[in-house]
Design a protein around this ligand. Structure first.
Ligand code: CMC
Length: 435
């Protein structure tokens, strides 16, 4: 491939070896247009190579828009800050899934329907108590998502709209219960039933933290911060876990199987698992006296396995807009709980060093959403291992919206990339005693 030239008619010409070929361009409303290369193999016998899909659009989507250079994030056109400051998690979930903000009546009806489904089957409750106590919560959560579908066979259809809507409500409702159960089971605490009279987030905090024998009133500042964090995590277009959800769903696997796959993909430390990794990193720096200079040297020397966790992003080459909101929130929550955390000072110190250091500046590495979230979760009372499940709880509406969009898209085909084979050419099998 030697030359690519866009023409005003929204096609591009590619010269491939000795042939001139023309390919259509899909225009974006905002952001990058795309060259449709699906017929390239048929036309030329060649495939495109793009490890990590850094330059490949896998779909058209109307859900989330990111401008990584400008630090912009919008759900269905609405700026993330406006939603974080004005909306609730359930309203934002509705927006992502249904495309528009709900009317007053729709908002109430949706919240009521989700809240009414918070209870899980008693056998499911027993199942949640059967994992080893030290099991990583993300493994438990992925298993729970898969298991959930087995309890609701009437919601497994991938084409019946009512069944899909039921599965949507069940997943949003029961992931909250599952997340609180994962937290309690790890501590050997009894699993609590939902209380329908409370809001989604308020009751999540009660189910997670309440003593079974005592009245529980959630701190309104904590409820507000949790609402905000869940909104900030609710979608992020075609990241690793969302692409996983879509590719699993493209095989006609049911929505629960797709969500379970999303949870597994999210757990990796380069993705959602980074929020846990940040706290581990801050704890290590604190244990070594709190001086970040030596740690930063190791990062810049690229010692194997040493990265400044919570920094850098495939798409953002500017401050992650979510990180800016989380950082403000971290100060607010710690203040309202009357808590102080030396790790917040360390984190801000690391950020200050990084933002002035050529290694980070030249690579456009800024704090991402995971850099400050853990400090808030810690102040709220969550164990470090619970941070990524909280990310998954927040991301559930995004995965559902993306799965539903994928199912409705007439262009959806089973996900099946090509490869460039670089192994041995044909050779003959050698019987074992002749080797
Ligand atoms: N610390 C130190 N160096 C870094 C970091 C970091 N956190 N991130 C990237 N770099 C360097 C990397 O070594 C490379 O340097 P060079 O050009 O000299 O080889 C350059 O920056 C580009 O990095 P990359 O790994 O090619 O970039 P990527 O787009 O493939 O990876 C990333 C993006 C998020 C995986 C990566 O920045 C990273 O590992 N960050 C730390 C983990 C993290 O915080 N992940 C959460 C991401 S946001 C939430 C989410 O997606 O769940």
């Amino acid at each position: 491939m030697t030359d690519v030239a866009a023409t005003p008619t929204q096609t591009v010409r590619l010269s491939v070896r000795d042939r001139e070929l023309e390919y259509p361009v899909v225009p974006a409303v905002e952001g990058n247009d795309g060259i449709v290369v699906a017929s390239l193999l048929k036309d030329t016998g060649m495939v495109t190579v793009d490890p990590g899909f850094t330059n490949t659009a896998s779909c058209e989507s109307k859900i989330t828009y990111i401008d990584g250079d400008e630090g912009v994030l919008r759900y269905r056109g609405y700026p993330i800050r406006q939603l974080a400051e004005g909306s609730t998690f359930l309203e934002t979930s509705y927006l992502l899934i249904h495309g528009e903000l709900p009317s007053k009546e729709e908002r109430v009806a949706f919240a009521e329907r989700v809240n009414r489904h918070g209870l899980v089957h008693e056998d499911f409750r027993t199942f949640m108590g059967t994992f080893p106590r030290h099991a990583h919560p993300m493994a438990v959560m992925a298993s729970a998502m898969n298991a959930l579908g087995t309890f609701y066979p009437e919601s497994l259809s991938i084409s019946d709209e009512e069944a899909i809507e039921l599965a949507t409500v069940l997943i949003l409702a029961k992931t909250r219960t599952i997340t609180s159960y994962v937290h309690r089971a790890r501590r050997g605490e009894p699993l609590l039933y939902p209380d329908y009279s409370r809001g989604y987030v308020e009751d999540f905090l009660r189910m997670t933290f309440a003593e079974p024998y005592a009245q529980y009133e959630a701190n309104p500042a904590v409820v507000a911060a949790m609402e905000k964090l869940l909104i900030l995590h609710a979608d992020h277009e075609q990241n690793c876990s969302t692409s996983t959800v879509r590719i699993v769903g493209s095989s006609n696997a049911n929505i629960y199987a797709s969500m379970a796959a999303g949870v597994n993909a999210l757990g990796g430390p380069l993705h959602g698992g980074a929020n846990e990794a940040v706290l581990v990193m801050l704890d290590e720096i604190l244990a070594n006296g709190g001086d970040a200079t030596d740690f930063m040297k190791r990062v810049k020397n690229k010692e194997p396995g040493v990265r400044l966790m919570g920094f850098g992003h495939r798409v953002y080459k500017n401050y992650d807009p979510r990180a800016a909101i989380v950082k403000e929130s971290a100060h607010e929550v710690l203040e309202s709980l009357g808590a102080s955390d030396p790790r917040l000072e360390i984190a801000m110190g690391l950020e200050e060093i990084a933002l002035a250091d050529d290694y980070f500046i030249s690579r456009k590495l800024y704090p991402n959403v995971d850099f400050y979230t853990g400090l808030i979760y810690k102040a709220m009372g969550f164990d470090t291992a619970m941070f990524t499940p909280l990310f998954a709880l927040g991301r559930m509406p995004g995965w559902i919206a993306q799965w539903r969009e994928m199912r409705k898209d007439p262009q959806t085909k089973i996900g099946r990339p090509r490869q460039i084979y670089t192994g041995s050419p044909k050779r003959d099998y050698v019987p074992v005693d002749e080797r």
